[in-house]
Write a new protein. Structure first.
Length: 270
């Protein structure tokens, strides 16, 4: 019934309790999950989770916050993206939230890394999983620049995950053909602005996620998150949008299949 479009099941707190997590998912009718890669060093473990479980898939990428890790070339990303059950490129994007003593100009390495991921997505025809924080202007600009190089190929596509930006940013992302995904933040008392954006996003561009083990929704805020909590995000959407809980569960799972087309293909070949 439900699909968690973004989680980190290889994190220590979830992986060591995976049987219990999967049992909780089943009880909550969370049928599928996308395991997100954040470094090349962890790719094997993330990929292994997807290979070992019929209802898991994974991505390949290097998170913008990760420094001192192996950099991904376009060629390496394309090669890894061709492996079984790898359905997307990312988590990638830009994050200017914790600059410290650095300036935005100093973050050129992030922008270069992001461009590499976009090019890999275009070559492999896989969707991007985008993280953007305090960097939406540059994120959108680079997407337009690199996506415009697609020529006659399929334009770059993907999802803005854990969306916390403005309605204007959402509109631009939607205009580029991207999906918008909401996390447990949507349930926080202080998230009125994000709930307004969630009302605005068309039902056929909407995804839900836990980003677990982070950002557990109410009433579990501050505790370890897991994919069995994704129905709470769908429930919050049903309280602020005209659709029923069942309609949101169906639409977000269907949208997941429309975006991550390799998931649908792999299911059809089982």
């Amino acid at each position: 019934m439900y699909t968690d479009s973004h989680c980190h099941l290889n994190s220590a707190e979830l992986k060591e309790n995976l049987p219990a997590v999967m049992q909780a998912m089943k009880a909550a009718q969370v049928e599928r999950a996308l395991c997100i890669c954040t470094t090349l060093e962890e790719f094997h473990s993330v990929h292994q989770l997807a290979l070992e479980h019929a209802n898991f898939w994974c991505t390949v990428g290097v998170h913008p916050d990760n420094e001192g890790v192996q950099e991904a070339s376009t060629q390496v990303l394309v090669e890894l993206a061709s492996l079984d059950k790898v359905v997307g490129i990312g988590e990638t994007g830009l994050d200017y939230f914790q600059l410290g003593e650095r300036s935005v100009a100093d973050m050129q390495w992030q922008r270069d890394r992001f461009r590499v991921h976009i090019r890999a997505a275009l070559i492999s025809d896989k969707p991007l999983v985008i993280h953007t924080r305090n960097a939406s202007k540059d994120t959108l600009a680079i997407l337009k620049e690199e996506g415009g190089k697609a020529s006659e190929r399929q334009p770059v596509r993907g999802v803005f995950h854990c969306f916390t930006e403005t309605k204007d940013v959402a509109r631009e992302a939607l205009d580029l053909g991207f999906y918008i995904s909401f996390s447990g933040i949507l349930t926080f008392k202080t998230a009125d602005d994000i709930r307004e954006v969630a009302k605005f996003v068309p039902i056929d561009r909407l995804l839900i996620e836990t980003d677990s083990p982070y950002l557990a929704p109410m009433p579990y805020r501050g505790k370890t998150n897991n994919p069995s909590y994704v129905p709470l995000i769908a429930k919050q959407l049903s309280l602020i949008r005209p659709e029923s809980l069942e309609a949101i569960a169906h639409a977000t799972s269907q949208n997941f299949d429309q975006l991550f087309t390799d998931v649908k293909t792999s299911l059809e070949t089982v």
